[in-house]
Design a protein around this ligand. Sequence first.
Ligand code: MLC
Ligand code: AMP
Length: 508
Amino acid sequence: MHNQNLFAALRAAFPKDLDAAAVETDDGLVYSWRDLDRATAMIANLLAGLKLPEGSRIAVQVEKSVEAMMLYLATLRAGYVFLPLNTAYQSAEIEYFVGNAEPAVVVCTGKNFGWVSKIAFKAGTQHVFTLNDDRTGSLLERATHCSDRHTIAVKGEDDLAAILYTSGTTGRSKGAELTHGNLLSNARVLRDYWGWKPGDVLIHALPIFHVHGLFVALHGALLNGSRMIWFGRFDPRRVIERMPDATVFMGVPTLYTRMLAEPGLDKGAARNMRLFISGSAPLLIETFNEWKERTGHTILERYGMSETIMLTSNPYVAKDGERRGGTVGFPLPGVGVRVRGDDGRQVPAGEIGNIEVKGPNVFKGYWRMPEKTKEEFTADGWFKTGDVGKIDALGYVTIVGRSKDLIISGGYNVYPAEIEGYINDMPGVAESALVGVPHPDFGEVGVAVVTAKPGAQLDGDRIVAGLKSQLANFKIPKRCFVVDELPRNTMGKVQKNLLREKHKQLFS
Ligand code: MLC
Ligand code: AMP
């Protein structure tokens, strides 16, 4: 059988000259392709030596570093399942993910070892390693003693490569199971569609615990044997300074607006760039236009999800059409996108409905949640994205809203139901509603509106402070208002649209 392991395809794309630079960090370290090959072999051998059961999950919550990227590649190489976790997650969140996924191995920062290892051992995890962003920690110490030769584990295209947790509108987070076939097919389509070519250099400035930075950006560069300029954290000024050495950039809209705020951003800085890609959240038409004016480049906007990786993209080559601001372009080759009304009937071109998708990129299911998986697919096998949009007569897809109650803040997803649950558990709180309102930096941010139980005195700032010790920082509402009652419709449902309308100017 031909090995369908995603790592095999990425490894096969390494350039002939293994001593050439593969990754250059912004603080001056250079890693060659040989370094990537050897280090991933050593870490893969370390994992293989643990004699883990087939399909074991390797859960990782570490700061971004080249070694963290190597750990991802090594996990693929060894044939295990990578489970990345946002570094902002706190103990209750980690406890849930680790309890649900039951990883055989957990890798965390040295700073968090105390509490993370406690959670992991309680959940039955046998091995907890540390990895810091300065190349220290027990993972690398142990891997140093392992061989730098490793035969890539044989995987079929249906075998799991990664689990990405994504929250639902109700209940707890669900782990989206992505296979080697999902990831590789999507990476190949994007390589061709976005015209990756020899000599391309990618500026990698996104976190590597979500689809955008971990898959779209990383696989794009690796599958083309392209060098990366690697930023541990996004710094708009430094990215602009390094831009002349690069050809491709990927970011969420906040990264573009922060760069636009820098006087150094001009046509000179972007002179060698070939492609700017935006996604994960809606790109404002103002940003699209301003970017064109300042740099001479038209941002290419695309649309995707954790469950599906990339779905649509504006065209790269002019013969396929223009890049239209405000749209997410055309369905990618091999990806089916349709729009249906609530009655299940496909709507005519230009009319709004629910976006459903199909293709080799669509995930296998939610980890250990067969019922949830079933609910999210139509009877004829299309995945319900929860996004609302339209497809025009030319085929351009536009997202106009979401049927799922979700706030996208700076490219991170915040599920109101989760935050409301925490607020409702606070003493004196009767009920709460979290709504997304426009924000100049993050695009959208959460604002909480809360009512008190009879006789209770509540303070919005104290509610926010109380949440800070429990939830990842990006989920914390930027403001909290205490009111007498929440607006409701005749069915008794909270009218979040009225709250959104009321607070829409809050940050303008
Ligand atoms: C940080 N903060 C945020 C936030 N990020 N608040 C709301 N939304 C966010 N996204 C807050 C923190 O809580 C903190 O508040 C303060 O800002 C400073 O924190 P920080 O960590 O120093 O922020 P910064 O480094 O500036 O981060 C901002 C950012 C980051 C835009 C660089 O959010 C980011 O990297 N976003 C990209 C997310 C991403 O990769 N998404 C892809 C998902 S994949 P306080 O009060 O504590 O000081 C996907 C599928 C697809 O969606 O289609 O791609
Ligand atoms: P996630 O669950 O983090 O993968 O987020 C996926 C969601 O992000 C999608 O369902 C969309 O709602 C949203 N999204 C991704 N790309 C875009 C885009 N270009 N424009 C608008 N929304 C987007």
